[in-house]
Each structure stands twice: as structure tokens, then as C-alpha cells.
Design a protein around this ligand. Structure first.
Ligand code: SF4
Length: 431
């Protein structure tokens, strides 16, 4: 979502004649977009600002803006501790960035803009064309969250659930496709809670799939509670909808899910997985896990391990519980950190084993790959298959923006290497 926001900030600042600087030391405006989901986010801000300070030691300083969720959560502290920062702007106030910059050009007082003006924000953004021209582009359709999981900062930094206008989203999706996008990932903190005047995420997927040049649709991140039957059916009926679903579960134990206020049980979660597998057997899953949540016993942890073995997630993103200031879980008694670390290592080794086995099954198979760019190494092209696996192919013709059938020849943990079928056929013919 920060990538989408950064692009929109760029579109906005263009309006007052700020454009991308080639080098940091040429910049007269420095915008740092931040994420607050993990610990050390604020440290990173100070570190980054320190780097800029060093560059501008002997020159007039650029205007320094810290935007995003760290600005929202810790804006006052940032302004107090780091005088080099000119303004902090929360994620729901960045549409005011031009006003703020023009103000700062005139005067020096640090500014804190952390109001929740989400309606006003999207009203302003809707009038500015989205200039993103990536083959695979993001489109924010929903922001905020009403779920209040006890460990999470999102309801406090992004505010309550808000769904953007259906009509405006179709307009923006068409703009992005006109700019060259072949794939759109619909974004939201609770993307499947999207509801604009009764139009749901599945309605949006069907409507966007009518855009001719758009080849692939994805969405993230979903909450199990909002995984309704219409969305499940879309995975059967909409060919452009990719068969990889990121469905965070956080823990395999009902006791811990309840303690986290996740609002669903493991049985309910498993039911969604089963239904999805039933409507489309090619679907695979990825998920997020918090290891060592306060109160997690060895038995709870065993249930999490059992779950990953059952679902066989092709990607599992796991972290030790990180207490975020301002959340209800912040004050809970932590479990022993050495036990949490040990569990994380155990968990990750199972997750890796599942992933490695999965990757091995791809060798020799034909994948459908959308190529995003040419790499720095000669005629090699980078793309992703339907499951977001990275694939590299050597080709004399430009593959950017094309979907090709690729035979996977080899691979390692991060990347698969293959040859396009057209290339293979040509070589066979020549032989
Ligand atoms: S549903 Fe997701 S975004 Fe909302 S509070 Fe829970 S973890 Fe955070």
C-alpha cells in the first residue's frame, strides 16, 4: 500500500512542479514514506534522516517530510526529537501535501498533519490521473480496519474501514491499464471487507476483468471473517483472477486466535480453504504467522505447525510477536524470548521444507509467466508466474508486458529459470 501511496504522492507533487531527482543530493524535497507494522520503524526514520543530513551538511537542506504510519503513530515525538524534519503527514492526510510544501517554502514551523480525512483524501486523489506505468500495478480500493486484532496498529494508524467509490475505481483501473499495466493487485488492509453501496470485492473483480488489456487480477490482504461465498465463487468464474490467495491466520490455536481477537476459529478458517480448493483445485495459499504471542504454550504452537503441514502454504511469513505501542497486546506479559526464537526457527524450517518441495515440483513444468522488466544482465527478462514465483528467461525478443508459456528448467529458493516454449520449439526445429 505504501508503494501505491508513494506513487500518488508523486502524482500530487507534480502539480506544483516537483519531479523525481536523479540523485539524493540534487533533491530540494525529501519524502520518507514509513511503515509501523514492525519494531524499529522509528529508528529507521532517524537513521534515514541522518543519511540525508550528512549529504546536505554544507548545503541548504531540502524540505523533509515524514509520511505514512510512523508519522501517524509517533509524529509528535519525531518532530520533537529530530528538528531536521519539517512536517509529519499521516496516511489519511497526504492529499494535503502540496499545501504543506507551499507553506513550508515560506515558513519554518514544523507541522503535524495526522487527521483522518480519508474521504477528502480520495476525493482529492480521484481528480488526479494515476501515472503509474508498471506492468504489475497496485490499486488501493479499501483502507483501514474495524477488526481490532489486539496486536495490530492498523486501526489506529489508518483508521476505520473505508471503501472507495466503485465508479472511481473502474476509472482508475482503466487509467492504469492504459498506462501499460497487465496486472492489477487490488489493495486494502481488509480488502475483502470492500463494500461500496452494496458493491463487493467480487463485483469489482468481475467489472475490472472486463478491461480488455488487463490480463491478471490479484487482491490482498484478506481477512477470513470477510471471505464470503461470492468471492469464493469468483475464483471459479473469473479466469483473470490469479489462483494464489494470501489469507493470514496468525496462529493455529483457537485459544490464541481468541486472545488475539481474530474473530474466527481454525475450523472456520479451514472451511474457507476447503471451499476454495473445491471450486478451483489449482489454488494455493500463503499466510502470516505470529510466533510466541503472549500466552502461547507448546501445545498452541504444535497446532500452528499442524496447520501449515495441512494447508501446505507456498509462502509463510512468520515473525516473533512484536509489541506495538498503543495496542492492547503491548502490555501483555511476553513469553520467554529464547523459547519464542526456538519456536520460530522450528516453524520456519517446516515452512521452508514445504516451500522447497513445492518448488521442486515446478521443475520441468510449464508455467504461465507475465514478464515485468529486462534485467541488468543482457537479454534476461524477469517475470512472475500465476503464484508470484520469480522466473528469469533469456530471450532475444523483448518479453516485457507479455505472458508466455515457460518451461521451468531449474531453480533455487528464490528464482526459477526457464525457456519460453516458442524458443524451445525453434531450437528443436533447428536441431
Ligand atoms: S484484521 Fe488485519 S489490519 Fe485489521 S486489526 Fe487485524 S491484523 Fe490489523
Amino acid at each position: 500500500m505504501n508503494e501505491y501511496d508513494s506513487n500518488r504522492v508523486y502524482d500530487l507533487t507534480n502539480k506544483i512542479d516537483y519531479f523525481k531527482a536523479e540523485n539524493l543530493n540534487e533533491a530540494n524535497l525529501y519524502v520518507l514514506n514509513t511503515c509501523h507494522i514492525r519494531e524499529k520503524a522509528t529508528d529507521k526514520v532517524y537513521h534515514d534522516i541522518g543519511r540525508v543530513k550528512k549529504q546536505f551538511r554544507k548545503k541548504k537542506k531540502p524540505i523533509i517530510l515524514v509520511i505514512g504510519c510512523v508519522a501517524q503513530a509517533e509524529g509528535d515525538i519525531l518532530l520533537k526529537k529530530e528538528k531536521y524534519i519539517d512536517a509529519v503527514i499521516g496516511p489519511q492526510s497526504y492529499h494535503k501535501i502540496n499545501e504543506i510544501i507551499l507553506d513550508l517554502e515560506k515558513k519554518q514551523n514544523p507541522i503535524n498533519y495526522t487527521e483522518f480525512d480519508v474521504i477528502e483524501k480520495f476525493d482529492s486523489l480521484n481528480s488526479i490521473k494515476n501515472s503509474c506505468n508498471k506492468i504489475s500495478s497496485f490499486l488501493t480500493i479499501q483502507e483501514g480496519c474495524n477488526k481490532f486484532c489486539k496486536f495490530c496498529v492498523v486501526p489506529y494508524t489508518r483508521g476505520a474501514e473505508y471503501s472507495r467509490s466503485f465508479k472511481e475505481l473502474i476509472i482508475e483501473a482503466k487509467q492504469i491499464v492504459n498506462n501499460g499495466a497487465k496486472e492489477i493487485t487490488l489493495l486494502g488492509q481488509n480488502v475483502n471487507a470492500y463494500n461500496f453501496e452494496g458493491k463487493k470485492l467480487s463485483d469489482l473483480i468481475y467489472e475490472i476483468s472486463k478491461i480488455n488489456d488487463l490480463q491478471r487480477i490479484r487482491y490482498t490482504t484478506s481477512h477470513p471473517k470477510d471471505f464470503t461465498q461470492d468471492l469464493i465463487s469468483a475464483h471459479k468464474d473469473c479466469e483473470k483472477l490469479m489462483p494464489l490467495i494470501h489469507l493470514p491466520v496468525q496462529s493455529g490455536s483457537n485459544k490464541i486466535l481468541e486472545a488475539m481477537n481474530r474473530k474466527h476459529t481454525i475450523e472456520e478458517y479451514q472451511k474457507i480453504i476447503d471451499k476454495l480448493n473445491k471450486v478451483n483445485s489449482s489454488i494455493k495459499f500463503s499466510s502470516d504467522f505470529i510466533i510466541g504471542y503472549p500466552g502461547e504454550t507448546l501445545e498452541d504452537f504444535k497446532q500452528t505447525k499442524k496447520l501449515i503441514k495441512n494447508v501446505k502454504y507456498i509462502n509463510s511469513y512468520s515473525f516473533i510477536f512484536s509489541a506495538r505501542p498503543g495496542t492492547p497486546a503491548f502490555t501483555l506479559k511476553k513469553i520467554s524470548q529464547s523459547a519464542a526464537k526456538e519456536r520460530l526457527i522450528g516453524f520456519q524450517s517446516i515452512a521452508e521444507e514445504i516451500k522447497t518441495k513445492y518448488k521442486e515440483t515446478l521443475i520441468g513444468r510449464i508455467s504461465s509467466v507475465l514478464f515485468e522488466n529486462k534485467t541488468k544482465e543482457g537479454n534476461k527478462y524477469f517475470g512472475r508466474d500465476e503464484y508470484l514465483n520469480s522466473v528469469i528467461v533469456t530471450s532475444n525478443e523483448s518479453l516485457v508486458g507479455k505472458i508466455k508459456k515457460v518451461k521451468i528448467m531449474r531453480g533455487n529458493h528464490n528464482t526459477l529459470y526457464g525457456e519460453t516454449l516458442s524458443n524451445l520449439n525453434q531450437n528443436n526445429y533447428a536441431a
